[in-house]
Design a protein around this ligand. Structure first.
Ligand code: TXA
Ligand code: MG
Length: 361
């Protein structure tokens, strides 16, 4: 029996299929109407699906936190449809920001600014900074434009779960808890945007993502990785400048273990761990790559794609983690991957999904 409270929040979720390249304007307007009235709309971006609400309506933003069961101290990203919309949301636009917005927006790069006073506290979780990005997806851009407001949107998953890369993932987590899903198929990049803090000197990447660190280094010269990006163990909370870092993340129901090191030894160790878990009566999944797939004898073996194609690995990561849950796997043993390009984001998500259970060989 649902409790009175959960019964009250249940609503009928409207799923609208839209063309990713030429979104049907009448469908976008239906969704935008919900946003303007304080409702919740899940929509695709080039990275993952977001759960949107009017960023300037504190009641609507609070409803996003509730629908996702997200801790209130972890602020979402505000999405704009034009770089010009940034200025009223922030105290100032530093010159580095101008340069980055020109070069990389629309795209998978979120920038942290000092926030202006028009932004409600809940939208930034009480911080004096704000995270803003312009997504590179025609459905997202049309929705923001038609809503005529900046849209606050965390990833459209239940807190702690892998981010959704399809409307089906959103439905699995949030059906009955949100008003609308704009379904434009699978997302292109598959991991979230890179979060770059421009309020510190030099600028710092707080979360690796769809925009590779190498590209930022080339554009900025001076830029650092916050220690949380590459950490191999859970860091004390006070080190976590990015509020999201201290909460559980990307975790499927299964336990995850990552094995990192030289490939032949990784393969041996994964086979050894598979045997160990099988003997304990566990159903074991292995998350690997095309080049190594044939070496494993787990109950379920899934390949992320070729080790030489990190874009396809990023695109498949969250989908495969969710599949292991649907297939009732108890333990997932995953191969480590190179940390260049999109690999940095993939490895960061894998380590977090594992709760930093990392085996080095
Ligand atoms: O690709 C993406 O970024 C997706 C799509 C929907 O745009 N969105 C997304 O949002 O991943 P979310 O809320 O799941 O992640 C936002 C991240 C969190 O790690 C949060 O802690 C960080 O951005 N963040 C937000 N505001 C911040 C701030 N003022 N300072 C530092 N980090 C902030
Ligand atoms: Mg998220």
């Amino acid at each position: 029996m649902p409790s009175f409270h959960s019964f009250r929040v249940m609503k009928k979720t409207l799923v609208l299929k839209v063309d990713p390249q030429n979104p049907e304007i009448e469908k976008i307007r239906i969704a935008a109407d919900f946003i303007r009235k304080g409702g919740l709309v899940a929509f695709p971006t080039e990275t993952v699906y977001g759960l949107g609400a009017d960023a300037l309506n504190s009641k609507a933003v609070l409803a996003v936190f509730k629908a996702k069961k997200r801790p209130l101290d972890n602020p979402p990203i505000v999405h704009v449809h034009d770089a010009k919309d940034v200025s009223r949301l922030v105290e100032e636009v530093p010159s580095e920001a101008e340069k980055l917005m020109k070069e990389f927006w629309p795209g998978p790069l979120t920038l942290i600014f000092k926030r202006s006073t028009i932004v409600p506290d809940v939208t930034v979780a009480g911080l004096d900074t704000i995270a803003i990005r312009m997504p590179r997806h025609d459905v997202a851009l049309a929705l923001i434009r038609e809503s005529n407001c900046p849209i606050s949107a965390p990833s459209a998953n239940l807190a702690g779960k892998p981010s959704p890369t399809s409307a089906e993932h959103v439905l699995n987590d949030l059906d009955g808890r949100i008003d609308v899903i704009l379904d434009a198929g699978s997302t292109e990049i598959g991991v979230e945007s890179t979060v770059l803090d421009l309020t510190v000197d030099p600028p710092q990447v707080l979360r690796p993502g769809g925009m590779p660190f190498e590209a930022l280094k080339k554009a900025l010269g001076r830029v650092e990785l916050n220690p949380v990006v590459t950490t191999e163990k859970a860091l004390p909370v006070e080190k976590a400048r990015s509020p999201g870092v201290k909460h559980k993340h990307y975790a499927p129901d299964a336990d995850v273990v990552v094995v990192e090191g030289e490939l032949p030894r990784v393969i041996d160790k994964i086979n050894e761990l598979t045997e160990f878990y099988k003997r304990r009566g566990n159903r074991v999944g292995v998350l690997c790559t095309d080049e190594t797939e044939r070496h494993y004898k787990a109950n379920i073996v899934k390949s992320l794609g070729s080790r030489y194609d990190l874009a396809s690995i990023a695109r498949n990561l969250f989908k495969l983690l969710r599949e292991f849950d649907l297939e009732k796997v108890d333990v997932v043993v995953a191969e480590g991957l190179p940390i260049e390009g999109l690999g940095l984001a993939v490895v960061n998500r894998l380590r977090k999904a594992a709760g930093y259970k990392i085996v080095k060989v």
